[in-house]
Design a protein around this ligand. Structure first.
Ligand code: NAD
Length: 260
């Protein structure tokens, strides 16, 4: 990753998946720029940025087009180019990450789609002119896009649309040598995940039933992200790559899985 410059969006704290990816990219020699969402997270992100010698290119709320423009203007001012972009952003009202999907409100459906899905497209459009020598864009998704998971509800629908966006963006940007991929991560205890109803149960279920008999860590996701962000993955685009200890291949409860 030496000589590569990447913008990482979605660090809330040192348990964030984006932090696992940023650390792996930095350890491999990349130069990084980070954003934060609002003043509360600024205090968390600034010391983390210092650990990685990363630029902090400001506040970015993906519901605010001006803040997205400002971040890319900062990146252009500092670097004049961009080699990779990590999009690790999602949101839904946690009151709707429990109970039945059918009860999703129109307001939360629209907001969840905007933040968790449309933002990838909005950011990719801003990244494209800076990726003059090609580039790699990576987002994060979850198995709840493919199969119904308890309480994942509107986030499952947003992730399904996000995965389709990855493929459409890969086709649009492929001629410019810009690759677009997603990692479908197994469940990890983060701030965002703590909003999902019965999340501890989901973690245990994965640990007992995944082929590797464990859950994954942000370091696991970081290592796989390196492949997709670096030239090791230069022939890969439009891909949804599972980093879930193999859980997605399993058809039923393992015979030796204990009761939860
Ligand atoms: P996290 O809480 O650490 O990160 C979520 C980030 O989204 C935060 O940094 C937050 O500031 C940002 N965000 C939310 N709304 C935003 C907005 N309007 N503008 C800008 N940023 C906004 O949690 P995480 O689990 O690391 O989540 C990162 C990504 O990984 C998400 O897309 C999530 O769906 C995905 N993911 C998580 C898991 C898991 O089990 N934790 C599994 C698969 C995929």
């Amino acid at each position: 990753m030496r000589g590569k410059r990447g913008l990482v969006m979605g660090i809330a704290n040192n348990r964030s998946i984006a932090w696992g990816i940023a650390k792996a990219a930095r350890d491999a020699g990349a130069e990084l720029a980070l954003t934060y969402q609002g003043d509360a997270l600024k205090k968390r992100v600034e010391p983390l940025a210092a650990e990685l010698d990363a630029l902090v290119v400001g506040h970015c709320d993906v519901t605010d087009a001006a803040s997205m423009d400002a971040v890319f203007a900062e990146v252009e001012k500092h670097w004049g180019k961009l080699d990779f972009l990590v999009h690790a952003i999602a949101f839904s009202d946690k009151d709707e990450l429990t109970g039945r999907y059918i009860d999703t409100s129109e307001a939360n459906f629209t907001k969840s789609m905007q933040i968790s899905c449309y933002s990838l497209t909005a950011l990719a459009r801003r990244a494209e002119p800076l990726m003059k020598e090609g580039g790699s864009i990576l987002t994060l998704t979850y198995y709840g896009a493919e199969k119904v998971m308890p309480h994942y509800n509107v986030m499952g629908v947003a992730k399904a649309a996000l995965e389709a966006s990855v493929k459409y963006l890969a086709v649009d940007l492929g001629p410019s040598a810009i690759r677009v991929n997603a990692i479908s991560a197994g469940p990890i205890k983060t701030l965002a995940a703590s909003g999902i109803g019965d999340f501890r149960y989901i973690l245990k279920w994965n640990e007992y039933n995944a082929p590797l008999r464990r859950t994954v860590s942000i370091e696991d996701v970081g290592q796989s992200a390196l492949y997709l962000l670096s030239d090791m993955g230069k022939g890969v685009t439009g891909e949804i790559h599972h980093v879930d200890a193999g859980y997605h291949v399993v058809g039923m409860k393992a015979v030796d899985a204990p009761d939860i």
